[in-house]
Write a protein that binds this ligand. Structure first.
Ligand code: NAP
Length: 555
């Protein structure tokens, strides 16, 4: 029998998987709800809509996810745009042109909008709408999805493309409401921008975001005070206008390059090192590191030697080189020393990329405040108070990052079988099977979920791969006439062991960061990113499916 004709007549035969949405008693029925219209969500709509009815719910009033929300000055991707782009449509690959090597936020948002229009995705996307609550009805194997506009949708599957860096981490200090000026989080930046001219600006946070924003703000503001808790390692981004030859080279070779990306970290064209740092003389090491620093390829420094990420002594050589660069650029020795990271290995937190970040500290209107020794304790009427001083400010920018990986999902009231909520289940850290599913939350799939490679791989390409993988699982369900897929608790444990064990081989374990939730006070759980490499991740996912859906329960 044709698979579509055989589509499920499950326990409640009034609610079948349907090609097309319907409404009964003001409840909408659809096959799949996709949460989020970022890059993965957009592709999920496109891919899944071929066979199923899809409703996509997006909190923003536009598409693009990360590249919709993060419109702070200087927001820019750190992977070449020719790579950081969709692969699913060959014509799209050929027709789109990126003006720069590393695109700025407006170009990425423009691309997301182009894709939404080009593939007519908007008709299935509800903007300015938030999923507030989801409950799984185990009697009919359906999710009840409630949204901020008061709608109730019943669907068979939910695909959460909620993003791993989307839930803002807002600082907890008291007095926020007393501050007479303006407080802005970098991920909730106003579309019309901010006029910094003549303003005393304070910026808290010196991660990838803060490092991109500060040099631009410094050019405009009367004064910029940077409040730094932990200095970051950063290297020059090497951004430049796209040249026609490079673009053509990519366009001529896309199929092979995309293949290469998937057998790598979602990026290609990086020179892979063959030798250990210890096989070189200090002079040779220096020459290789200089080449990496000026390579104009964001992460080439981390690929100077084959043991930078696994051997502390090799890592120390690279870290000291980066510190020397900082000392060479920043004229004031006290400031330079404060900017030198010394408490964790280089690459232990994601390496930042900048355009003039260290040079910015040579300006007269920029000062650095160490809030590791004297922490910020409160917002005040006039600005910020630390343990030893008060700073008068007109605008405070919190570039304080994200409740990463789990935040976006745990903030939705998601109730699985037996009434357990996802937030409760993850109270001591996330558990997943292969990063896609959580035991007790059937028919719910995550893209870039906890314990996937996430930002350790290129998010668009590997997001497409994950959406295709989820699509395959759903297709198998429908072709098999099945109504429920869940993960087992044992499989979650096995995956947790795998995630922890591969993280023990890398120097990531020596750094507190959003990778392990230690950027947020009190957040529990271990390592939330799979650092065993995307190829191994993909292989293990494939193996589980081939082994008759090992670790999954299907009925
Ligand atoms: P982040 O790396 O977590 O940095 C947050 C910053 O805020 C850190 O300097 C942190 O200090 C500081 N902070 C947080 N809470 C604080 C507190 N209570 N007091 C003082 N300082 C505090 O966040 P992010 O910069 O937004 O970057 C997150 C990730 O987004 C990156 O790792 C990257 O994957 C992605 N991203 C990529 C790009 C790009 O492609 N170029 C750009 C931006 C972001 P501590 O280090 O001491 O916690």
């Amino acid at each position: 029998m044709d698979f579509r004709a055989a589509k499920l007549l499950i326990k409640a035969d009034c609610i079948k998987i349907i090609k097309g949405n319907s409404v009964t008693n003001s409840i909408e029925h659809t096959d799949i709800v996709v949460i989020g219209a970022g890059f993965s969500g957009l592709y999920a709509v496109h891919r899944l809509r071929k066979d199923y009815a899809v409703i996509c719910v997006e909190a923003g009033d536009g598409v693009g996810g990360t590249w919709y929300w993060n419109r702070y000055p200087g927001a820019r991707v750190d992977i070449e745009s020719v790579e950081y782009s969709y692969s699913f449509d060959k014509t799209l690959e050929q027709e789109w042109s990126w003006p720069e090597y590393f695109s700025a936020q407006p170009d990425l948002e423009r691309y997301a909008n182009h894709v939404a229009d080009r593939f007519d995705l908007r008709k299935d996307i509800r903007l300015s709408t938030i999923v507030t609550r989801m409950t799984f009805d185990a009697t009919i194997d359906r999710w009840n999805v409630h949204t901020s506009d008061g709608k109730h949708i019943i669907c068979k599957y939910v695909v959460a493309a909620t993003g791993s860096l989307s839930a803002a981490n807002t600082p907890p200090w008291p007095g926020r409401e007393t501050f007479k000026g303006q407080i802005l989080h970098t991920t909730e930046w106003p579309r019309e921008g901010i006029d910094f001219s003549g303003k005393r600006v304070g910026q808290i946070g010196t991660g990838s975001t803060g490092i991109q924003a500060a040099p631009i703000i410094a050019r405009e503001a009367a004064h910029l005070t940077i409040f730094q808790r932990t200095p970051a390692f950063s290297m020059p981004s090497g951004n430049r206008p796209m040249d026609a030859e490079h673009e053509q080279d990519w366009k001529a070779n896309y199929p092979a390059r995309r293949q290469e990306m998937l057998s790598n970290y979602g990026v290609s064209l990086m020179t892979r090192p063959e030798r250990s740092a210890h096989e070189y003389t200090p002079e040779e090491q220096r020459a290789i590191l200089e080449k990496g620093w000026t390579s104009k390829s964001a992460f080439q420094l981390m690929l100077a030697f084959n043991d930078v990420m696994t051997d502390k002594a090799a890592n120390d050589i690279v870290a000291e080189f980066a510190r020397e660069k900082i000392r060479g650029i920043v004229k004031d020795p006290v400031t330079a020393e404060l900017l030198c990271p010394k408490t964790y290995p280089i690459g232990g937190k994601r390496l930042c990329n900048d355009a003039g970040y260290y040079e910015m500290y040579n300006r007269d209107n920029v000062s650095l405040v160490d809030v590791a020794t004297a922490p910020i304790v409160a917002f005040t009427e006039k600005g910020l108070r630390t343990a030893d001083a008060e700073y008068e400010l007109d605008i405070i920018i919190t570039a304080t990052g994200f409740d990463a990986v789990t935040g976006a999902m745990a903030r939705i009231a998601i109730e699985g079988v037996n009434g357990q909520t996802l937030a409760d289940k993850w109270a001591n850290g996330p558990t997943t099977h292969l990063g896609f599913m959580v035991a007790g939350f059937p028919n719910l799939f995550m893209v870039h979920g906890p314990m996937t490679p996430g930002a350790q791989a290129q998010m668009i390409t590997t997001g497409e791969w994950q959406v295709d993988f989820i699509g395959r699982i759903i297709d198998d369900m429908e072709q098999g006439g099945l109504s429920r897929i869940d993960a087992t608790v044992e499989a979650e444990q096995r995956w947790a062991d795998e995630v922890q064990s591969v993280s023990q081989f890398t120097i990531h374990r020596f750094a507190d960061s959003w990778y392990n939730g230690k950027n947020i006070d009190g957040k529990k759980g271990g390592f939330m990113i799979y650092v065993g490499g995307f190829p191994r991740f993909a292989e293990l996912c494939e193996e589980a499916i081939q082994a008759n859906y090992e670790g999954f329960l299907r009925s």
